[in-house]
Write a protein that binds this ligand. Structure first.
Ligand code: NAP
Length: 245
């Protein structure tokens, strides 16, 4: 099952998957994941189509060239990279728990490794900069994931966060120097197929069965930002996240 915001790109992806794995039914759910209302509606549709769900991959992400707010008033980067996957994961917990043993893979980023975070200003109303907003959103996502992982585990839901490596994708859009620099980095980056390997490992590897609360990189388990290891700060970020929903 795929969630996407663009019908044509969803159809292309369905076609690509059908070519790789013929025969399997592929369902699609249309939703703009910058909207928490649409995220919740998408979760309901997914749960209706699949009341028992054994895998959720939170992959959608954005690196916005300028500070914009969604119609719901959230900073776009935080909404897509952190609030939406958090909402989706919590809304799909009953379906995941029904599977008996399920995995959640949240695609994070090593940009979080050196980021700072202020639970009172997750939306970066002060000092917004594109890479700072991106790194902070990924750190907030990692911190809340690590904070809720033990609770999920009780229901047989195992949640890990993955950095896929530097991957030549269309993450940086909108032209200008940022996109040019991104395209140059693409020359030394993983291909999308290589970039999928670590998320796929988190989703499928038998040795990660029952493993939860890890931060995985292409070379294996990594130590996250020291802020993510501070339980009091993690709890504040979780509370601040819930307050935004
Ligand atoms: N590329 C890297 O080096 C790198 C490194 C670390 C982490 N990551 C993470 O990897 C994940 C995938 O990114 P990517 O590099 O593959 O970039 P990408 O090619 O731009 O893919 C991002 C995906 O997110 C979707 N998306 C963005 N905003 C959305 C929205 N509002 N609603 C629904 N879908 C939305 C995009 O859909 P559309 O096609 O409709 O735009 C696209 O499918 C992201 O979480 C990113 O932060 C990437």
């Amino acid at each position: 099952m795929l969630i996407g915001r663009d019908p044509d790109r969803l159809a292309d992806t369905v076609g690509w998957i059908a070519d790789q794995v013929p025969g399997g039914p592929i369902r699609t759910v249309l939703a703009d994941l910058s909207s928490l209302a649409q995220t919740r509606r998408a979760a309901s549709e997914v749960a209706e189509l699949a009341p028992s769900l054994d895998l959720l991959v939170n992959n959608a992400g954005v690196l916005s060239p300028r500070r914009t707010e969604t119609a719901e008033g959230h900073e776009l980067t935080l909404a897509v990279n952190h609030l939406s996957p958090f909402v989706l994961t919590e809304a799909l917990l009953p379906a995941l728990a029904t599977a008996g043993r399920a995995r959640v893979v949240t695609v994070g980023s090593s940009s979080s490794d050196m980021a700072a975070i202020d639970p009172d200003d997750l939306e970066l109303r002060r000092g917004w900069f594109m890479t700072r907003a991106y790194a902070r959103s990924k750190l907030a996502s990692l911190m809340t994931a690590l904070e809720i992982a033990p609770t999920l585990q009780v229901s047989g839901v195992f949640l890990n966060v993955v950095h896929p490596g530097l991957v030549a994708t269309s993450l940086v859009r909108g032209g200008g120097p940022a996109q040019l620099a991104w395209q140059a980095l693409g020359l030394v980056a993983f291909t999308p197929r290589q970039g999928a390997e670590t998320p796929l490992r988190a989703a499928l590897a038998p040795e990660l069965d029952g493993v939860s609360g890890r931060y995985l990189k292409p070379r294996g388990t990594a130590t996250p930002n020291r802020r993510a290891l501070d339980p009091a700060l993690r709890a504040r970020v979780l509370a601040a996240t819930r307050a935004l929903l």
